[in-house]
Design a protein around this ligand. Structure first.
Ligand SMILES: *Cc1c(COP(=O)(O)O)cnc(C)c1O
Length: 362
């Protein structure tokens, strides 16, 4: 990742939770995207801080940094700059934000942002630290798991001490559960067994992975303070060996979709930015449920994450959609097209979805 230090955690959210503590942030406001994974605001809340939400950019998926700036107070401790779907944070805009608000620390949420570049600048190398998720849905995986990277020697030392004091070692029991989990879900993330994922989902087998939020509760998984197991670390290292290939395939799949689909008001593309790594290729459609069902009939399981705007959740105030209209729009209309298999799988998906999505002629 190009930074001096990296530390492993059982989940990305555990890393964030301990990072805020190691940075001495408590009773502070932390600026978060309204449209991101809810585990982020859970970790912020449980660390004794208050998430303050900012809506998306007018034409993008990432947080609008002007709105974020307007939300800053004297009590703001940090901003979670997030490269959602692998679309890089606008680092020029972030520089202006930092200049205007020097008391606010920048944390990069790179759970989707592996390898992202903004005009050639590496996003993960900006700010105090960068956070990554390593669960099985992420670009790099250690089954479950997360990681923090930083160049700050003192922060690294205090984080390591805090981590080793707070976490209990991941023992044989956890390793065995992880192994069973891995054997169960591996094929669904590996082979084009689209229908199988759906059958597993309906049978509840993937609940540990998918049913991860209840909109009334702010919590963390029971084992969030049990360290990463050796098995997970080994899977993570093995995946690191495939890192370049993983990035290449996603770029290739994204390129295929950009070239083949006829975008317009009824099919909104993700931002097309050089340096984006497209952990997800997220389009917006007018009538999502119909598309998902029709695709499934043809054996294609599409995603729709994140399918919520965090401030609309009851645990976060139950705001009406109009308060965060862009996040509301993404939440209701997003569809993620498969990117893991590179151009060949993207082409196969387009073929199977023929007539369901507008394609370019010729
Ligand atoms: C996955 C993810 C995280 C970290 O998730 P964990 O499940 O705690 O590892 C953080 N931010 C975003 C945007 C994510 O998608």
């Amino acid at each position: 990742m190009g930074r001096r230090h990296a530390l492993a955690f059982p989940y990305g959210r555990t890393g964030l939770f301990l990072l805020l503590k190691a940075m001495g942030l408590s009773g502070r406001e932390i600026i978060c995207p309204a449209y991101t994974c809810v585990v982020v605001s859970h970790a912020v809340s449980l660390s004794g801080n208050t998430p303050v939400f900012a809506d998306c950019e007018p034409n993008g998926c990432n947080m609008d940094l002007d709105l974020a700036g307007a939300a800053v107070t004297e009590n703001t401790g940090a901003i979670l700059a997030t490269s959602l779907f692998g679309v890089p944070v606008d680092l020029d805009h972030l520089d202006r934000f930092k200049e205007a608000h020097p008391h606010v620390s920048v944390i990069q949420d790179c759970a989707h942002g592996f390898g992202c570049l903004w005009r050639g600048r590496s996003v993960v190398r900006e700010g105090t630290a960068a956070l990554y998720g390593l669960n099985i849905s992420k670009m790099l995986t250690s089954v479950f798991g997360g990681m923090l990277t930083t160049d700050d020697d003192a922060l690294y030392q205090s984080l390591m001490i805090l981590r080793d004091k707070t976490l209990t070692p991941g023992g044989a029991g956890k390793a065995l559960r992880r192994l069973v989990y891995l054997a169960t879900v591996y094929p669904t993330f590996r082979e084009p067994l689209y229908g199988l994922v759906n059958r597993m989902e309906r049978s509840g087998m993937l609940d540990a992975f998918t049913a991860y939020y209840d909109e009334t509760v702010i919590d963390m998984p029971k084992d969030h303070l049990r360290g990463m197991t050796r098995l997970e670390a080994r899977v993570g290292l093995a995946n690191l060996g495939r890192y370049k290939e993983i990035l290449r395939r996603r770029a290739e799949a994204a390129e295929t979709y950009f070239e083949s689909l006829a975008f317009g008001p009824d099919l909104v593309p993700p931002p097309r930015i050089p340096g984006a790594t497209y952990s997800h290729f997220s389009i917006r459609v007018p009538e999502r449920e119909g598309l998902l069902q029709a695709a499934l009939k043809r054996g294609v399981q599409l995603g729709c994450i994140p399918e919520y705007s965090i401030p609309e959740m009851r645990a976060y105030g139950g705001h009406p959609p109009e308060d965060f209209p862009r996040a509301a729009d993404w939440a209701r209309r997003v569809v993620n097209l498969p990117v893991w298999g590179g151009a060949p799988v993207a082409r196969r998906v387009l073929k199977r979805l023929k007539g369901l999505l507008p394609v370019r002629s010729g």
